[in-house]
Every structure is written in structure tokens, then in C-alpha cells.
Design a protein around this ligand. Sequence first.
Ligand SMILES: [Zn+2]
Ligand SMILES: [Zn+2]
Length: 82
Amino acid sequence: MAKPGRNDLCPCGSGRKYKKCCESKERSRASGRLMMILVGAAVLAAVLVGIASFTGERATGPTRVWSTEHGHYHDASGTAVP
Ligand SMILES: [Zn+2]
Ligand SMILES: [Zn+2]
């Protein structure tokens, strides 16, 4: 069976030229899958960056917070530090 030419009638029977019918569908389906992979990778990267910044903030965050109200330091959990 011969491969259909781009200017031949589409083998699906739509009556349109192959390049205007299933060829573009095939192409959009392929690029849609590629977009899904790219979006998935972007989401994964964003999640990884989010986790990294979250843990980094926790590690380097202030352990003591000055309370002007109380006139002494509080630690990260809110307990008074003398
Ligand atoms: Zn077709
Ligand atoms: Zn206090």
C-alpha cells in the first residue's frame, strides 16, 4: 500500500486533502503530547524548587524573634527565650 501524498485525498474518507486533514491532526497530536511532557517537566521543576526553597527557608530562618510587646526574644515555636 502506497503512502498517501500530501495533496491526495485523505485516506480517512473526509474528502479533504491529506495535508489539510489527518496529516495536521497527526502533527497536532504529536505536538500536544510534547507540550504535555514539557508542562509536566515544568510542574515537576516548580515543585522541586518549591520544596528546596521551603526547606532552605526552614533551615536558615530566624530561630529567635524579638518581641517588642514582651521585651524579650521568642524562639521559632513561639516560646519565650530569656
Ligand atoms: Zn483525514
Ligand atoms: Zn513573650
